[in-house]
Write a protein that binds this ligand. Sequence first.
Ligand code: ADP
Ligand code: GLC
Length: 480
Amino acid sequence: MRILHVAAEIYPLVKIGGLADVVAALPVALAARGLDTRVLVPGMPAVLNGVSDLKRVIRLGPAFGAAIITLRLGRLPDSGLLAYVIDAPFLFARDGNPYLGPDGRDWKDNHRRYALLGWIAAHLAAGELDRNWQPEVVHAHDWHAGLAPAYIAQNPALTTATLFTIHNLAFRGLFPLDHHNDLGLLISGTDQSALEFHGQLSFMKAALVHAKRVNTVSPTYAREICTPEFGWGLDGLLRDRGGHLSGILNGVDYSVWNPAADAALPRSYTADHLRGKKVCKLKLQSEMGFARRAKAPLFAVVSRLTSQKGMDLVLGALPALLAAGGQLVVVGSGEADIEAGFRAAAAAHPDAVSVHLGYDDALAHRVIAGADILLVPSRFEPCGLTQLYALRYGTLPLVRRVGGLADTVIDSTPDNLRAGTANGFVFDDAGSRALSARMADALTLYRDATAWLQVQRRGMVQDYSWDDSALRYEALYRSI
Ligand code: ADP
Ligand code: GLC
């Protein structure tokens, strides 16, 4: 079976969040199952530099405002998987964030940039671009690739199976309605309702309507998005898709996230030999300018600093954390007021709060390894990957009971502790009081070294590799 994954991000070349991790790892897991899997990504500078052996497949254009478009095929770093790269300098020769300009605003031509991504996918599916390879399944990720199923569906002669994965419904790919003139899609009569969302154009809606199947990245989020609370106005449409909407949990790439062989760490460790983790903690405390105290509970955040991630809750719970003798390391970037809040906290408590604004992959690894507790108090969380990384690193995740967090973190209740199933801490209310209360419970357990070790080990040996999820995706492809 020939599968084409279509996405805007791919680790380690272009990454804003977990989407990049998934797009790098899932195709490899599918290839390991014997599926003929390729990816299609926009040719941002980092991609053109990072994909090796790039060869020209076809030259086309002008289209979407680009005079020259060259489709190239090369090999991804590490996995060696084949990747199509859209080399369209007019649209993609821009460094940094794939969606935002240097002023922090969306690029004004994003509708054209990502329409081109979907359009190339559709024409690869039609067999027009590469004489040697034609996908049977086009698997599109998030709104950036959302027009791929729409372009394919608008050609009645194409039988390509399409799957659309929602990684985050909050980003609906909204544009002024008149931008549809640039897209070459039918948008009149009944077709209009397939693309139009409250007077705007939505790439996300286009995908939800046109893809043969839709899935999201955890079973709980698949249920949540069918409700008004989590549906961003698209819940009715998602309810209508009924059995064609499902949830498949993301996996972890343990070749990237493994404390036994992680080049970013000062010392490696395993579930049976946790000495190395103590070294990681002490080194992290030194690096952050904290007192090197093995017994001081070290909390961490590695996250986009946004209200989705409940970062205001962390700021609200900070006094309680500090009063309990805790330390906090934050790695992330995001909304200005939240960044300012953390910056102020670090300035007020330099010996216990350290904040690193920006993206730093190696630091993220050191922090997840060195911390005792990772805070993920999200308001909504389609899957969440950092709690899964924390589990493997013996760092207990403390999370809110939503989406993929609810599916992966088992609360340390007395019953679960007795049963040996607990792997972290879970709370319900989206408020800092509820977070503080659960943090206090976590600290009670922390003082019981034997009980703590049992929960740590439970998480470290759990298997969240891609094998099981890849099997489910393969079954989904076969069903269409
Ligand atoms: P989301 O995709 O919603 O941001 P996930 O938990 O799925 O959330 O994925 C986040 C990914 O981004 C993880 O791989 C995490 O380690 C990484 N990450 C987040 N912020 C940073 C940062 N500031 N520096 C390095 N890595 C980060
Ligand atoms: C999104 C979600 C996150 C998920 C990631 C990968 O960015 O916010 O929960 O883990 O995609 O699927």
